[in-house]
Design a protein around this ligand. Structure first.
Ligand SMILES: [Mg+2]
Length: 107
């Protein structure tokens, strides 16, 4: 399966559009984003030495990253932003501004 940013944004929009509530307001989405970042942190902590609480599993990093992505897609959709365009702009930024920042591997 191969998904473009456009596919993902459209899929999330179809999902959200079924509901009268629609997208959360921006600050509530920011709260959800923060919550999901915390869930990513919890999984990484469990994978790096922290013992889960009794009854708590280690967690699923792939799923937690997808949860985070879902909220980011919701934020972009609610604002009418293109993640493809944003990602392309971000890559251009790091490939130019940071071109000499890191040590290149030998060819
Ligand atoms: Mg989560």
């Amino acid at each position: 399966m191969s998904l473009t940013f456009e596919d993902v944004q459209a899929q999330v929009d179809r999902y959200i559009s079924q509901f009268k509530e629609g997208y959360f307001p921006p600050l509530l989405m920011l709260a959800r984003l923060t919550e999901e970042v915390g869930e990513v942190a919890r999984v990484l902590a469990h994978q790096n030495g922290k013992t889960p609480k009794p009854g708590e599993d280690v967690g699923d990093l792939e799923l937690e990253l997808a949860d985070l992505l879902f909220v980011m897609v919701c934020m972009a959709n609610e604002r009418g932003l293109s993640l493809e365009q944003g990602f392309t702009r971000m890559m251009h930024k790091i490939e130019t501004r940071d071109a000499d920042r890191w040590t290149k591997k030998d060819a």
